[in-house]
Design a protein around this ligand. Structure first.
Ligand SMILES: [Zn+2]
Length: 377
C-alpha cells in the first residue's frame, strides 16, 4: 500500500509526509478513523514510505527492496498485532507465545490485501473465528515487547502496527505501557482504531492522533469506476455508502447477488413459457430503477458467458460457485453455444433499447418471449 493507492485525503498524506521531512514524527501514532475510512491503509502507506530507500517527494518509490517487501507485507521490521480469539489462562501458560502464527499471519496478510477497508466482522469471517470473542491478549502484548527489544533487521525503523487497540484488555495494555512510553530508538507504534473513547486512558494519553476522515462521494466514485462500474449506478452506490468504502463494496456485491438470483428465476419462466408469471415479473421490472433493470440484463450476460465457457468444457475458467454453478451446468446442458450466443445478443440489444428509453415493460415481455423461443427451438 502506498499513498497513491488511497484516493483523495491529500491533507492527511501531506501532514504525515511533512512530519517525516521535518523530523517531528511522534513515536506513537493513532490513525483514528471511522469504519470504512482509509485509517489502516494510511498506516500501511506511511510504513511503506518511512522505510522506502528511495523516497519521492510525496510517496514511496514502490520499487526498492523495502517497498517490494511492504507490497507483499513481509517486511521483517514491520510487525502486526491484531485481535484474535481469546484464550484461557491455562492456554496462555502452556503456550505463552500466541505465535502459532504461520497460519494466522498468512490469513492476516491476505486480509490486508483483500479487505484493507474491512472491519472486525470481516476479519472474523476471514479467519473462520465467527462467534468467538476477539481480543488483543496479554500474550500478544508480551510478544510486542519481545519483538521490539530485538534489533532492526534492515537498519531502518521498526514499526509495530496494532489494529484495533480498542480490543486490548487492561492487562495487555499494562504490558506495553513502558515500551510505549520509552521505546527503543527508531521504533514506531502505529495504532489503527475507530473509537478513541474505547481506548484505555493509559494508552490514549501516550499516542498522537492522526485523524483519518471518511471518503467523499467523488473519491468513492473513482474507486467504483476503476472497478468498471458505470456512472449512474456507481453514483447511487457512492451516495448510499456515505463515505465508507467497505459499505460501497458491500452494496456492490449485494446488488450483483440479487440480480443474478432474479435472472435465474426469470430464465426458468422463459424456458417454461409461463406467461402469467412473465407478465407479473414485467410489472416488477417496470417499477425498478433503470440502473437495476440494466443490472439484471448485465448479470444475465455474465451468466451466459459462464455457460459458454462451460460449454467449451473449460471448467477451471468458471468463476461461479454453488447454486450458480448448478444453474450454469444445467443451462449449458440444455443449450448449445449457438443458442447461448443468440440469447446474449438479445440481452445486449435490450440493454441498448433501455438506454434509449424504450418502454421497459414492452422490452421485458418481448425479450422473455424471444428468449423462451430460442431456448425451446
Ligand atoms: Zn521504495
Amino acid at each position: 500500500m502506498q499513498f497513491a493507492d488511497i484516493k483523495g485525503l491529500q491533507d492527511t498524506k501531506q501532514h504525515l509526509v511533512n512530519a517525516i521531512k521535518h523530523n517531528h514524527l511522534a513515536h506513537a501514532l493513532l490513525f483514528l478513523g471511522p469504519e470504512g475510512s482509509p485509517n489502516l491503509a494510511m498506516a500501511l502507506a506511511m510504513a511503506t514510505y518511512i522505510n522506502c530507500e528511495d523516497k519521492e517527494e510525496a510517496d514511496a518509490c514502490g520499487v526498492c527492496p523495502s517497498c517490494q517487501k511492504m507490497a507483499k507485507l513481509v517486511h521483517p521490521d514491520v510487525n502486526f498485532v491484531y485481535p484474535s480469539a481469546s484464550r484461557s489462562k491455562e492456554d496462555e501458560e502452556k503456550d505463552p507465545d500466541p505465535d502459532k502464527k504461520s497460519d494466522i499471519q498468512s490469513l492476516w496478510r491476505q486480509f490486508l490485501i483483500d479487505f484493507p477497508y474491512g472491519n472486525i466482522n470481516d476479519w472474523m469471517r476471514h479467519t473462520g473465528l465467527d462467534n468467538k470473542q476477539l481480543i488483543i491478549s496479554v500474550g500478544a502484548a508480551r510478544q510486542i515487547v519481545k519483538t521490539l527489544s530485538l534489533k532492526s533487521f534492515e537498519g531502518g525503523y521498526k514499526i509495530m502496527l496494532i489494529w484495533l487497540p480498542e480490543l486490548m484488555n487492561t492487562q495487555a495494555a499494562n504490558a506495553i505501557l513502558k515500551i510505549l512510553e520509552e521505546p527503543p530508538a527508531k521504533t514506531l507504534f502505529f495504532m489503527v482504531g475507530n473509537h478513541i473513547e474505547q481506548l484505555l486512558t493509559t494508552i490514549r494519553s501516550r499516542v498522537q492522533v492522526v485523524q483519518v476522515r471518511l471518503f467523499s462521494d467523488e473519491e468513492i466514485l473513482s474507486y467504483l469506476s476503476e472497478a468498471g462500474i458505470a456512472e449512474p449506478r456507481a453514483r447511487e452506490i457512492a451516495r448510499l455508502a456515505d463515505g465508507s468504502l467497505r459499505e460501497a463494496y458491500r452494496l456492490l456485491e449485494e446488488d450483483e447477488d440479487e440480480s443474478t438470483q432474479q435472472f435465474k428465476t426469470w430464465m426458468r419462466l422463459c424456458y417454461n413459457f409461463d406467461f402469467t408469471a412473465i407478465v407479473r415479473m414485467s410489472d416488477a421490472f417496470f417499477s425498478m430503477t433503470k440502473e437495476s433493470q440494466k443490472g439484471l440484463f448485465s448479470s444475465g450476460l455474465a451468466i451466459l458467458h459462464e455457460s459458454l465457457v462451460k460449454d467449451a468444457a473449460a471448467d477451471e475458467l468458471l468463476r461461479v460457485l454453488g447454486d450458480d454453478l448448478v444453474f450454469v451446468q444445467n443451462f449449458s446442458k440444455v443449450l448449445t453455444a449457438d443458442k447461448i450466443l443468440a440469447l446474449s445478443q438479445q440481452l445486449s440489444e435490450s440493454i441498448y433499447h433501455l438506454e434509449r428509453n424504450a418502454n421497459p415493460r414492452i422490452i421485458f415481455t418481448n425479450l422473455s418471449l424471444q428468449l423462451g423461443r430460442i431456448m425451446r427451438t
